[in-house]
Write a protein that binds this ligand. Structure first.
Ligand SMILES: [Zn+2]
Length: 197
């Protein structure tokens, strides 16, 4: 049996890692000191253990309040709605958006068993009722699920007297915010469009 096989098969569980990359990573881990391997492994386990969800926006965090919600310099009147925490990281990489976030935890997709009640919509509405936001920006992937989620939420938010916008995309239908290059995403944020009621 290939002595690296157990390691390679674990590494292949990581996204984007196929046979070749897994083998390359396995040989890399053999080439560094045991102490360095230990450090990588410890950091992986410790990070996994320490990460919790922000109680306000549901971003990943080390505390009950994430570093974005805790930052008073952020625009307190603008709320960006995203599907997953990784989308916050994509938005932050652009440096263009200065407001706060709300992570839904998915997109409405009845075929995959994701119904509105599985998402953090109740928390969103409560937040919008208790804090005074002026604008809600949807930064949601331009997919069928993304569009239905925006439509569903816009109808709910209609009564709240907010400006509701969504990112303007220079991206094809079906693409992923997380994969958009920073320039494209920055442009999409700056030229976000009103959702007409
Ligand atoms: Zn937060």
């Amino acid at each position: 049996m290939n002595p690296l096989e157990p390691l390679i098969s674990e590494l292949k569980r990581l996204p984007g890692v196929g046979d070749k990359s897994a083998q390359r990573l396995a040989f890399f881990l053999l080439s560094i000191s045991e102490k360095d391997v230990q450090q990588i492994a410890t950091t992986m386990v410790e990070t996994r253990k320490k990460i919790v969800y922000c109680q306000s926006c549901f971003n990943i965090s080390l505390d009950d309040t994430c570093y974005i919600c805790a930052d008073e310099r952020r625009l307190q009147n603008t709320l960006c709605i995203v599907s997953e925490p990784k989308d916050i990281f994509a938005m932050e990489r652009t440096g263009v958006y200065k407001g706060l976030y709300h992570v839904l935890g998915g997109l409405i997709s009845p075929l995959d068993g994701v119904h509105p009640e599985s998402l953090r919509i109740k928390e969103l509405v409560e937040r919008l009722q208790h804090q005074s936001f002026d604008e809600v920006v949807f930064a949601i992937n331009p997919t069928v699920e993304g569009d239905s989620t925006i439509m569903y939420l816009s109808a709910i938010l209609e009564s709240l007297n907010l400006t509701i916008t969504k990112l303007a995309y220079g991206l094809p239908m079906g693409s992923d915010i997380d994969y958009a290059d920073e320039m494209t995403l920055a442009k999409a944020i700056s030229s976000r469009s009103l959702i007409t009621k």
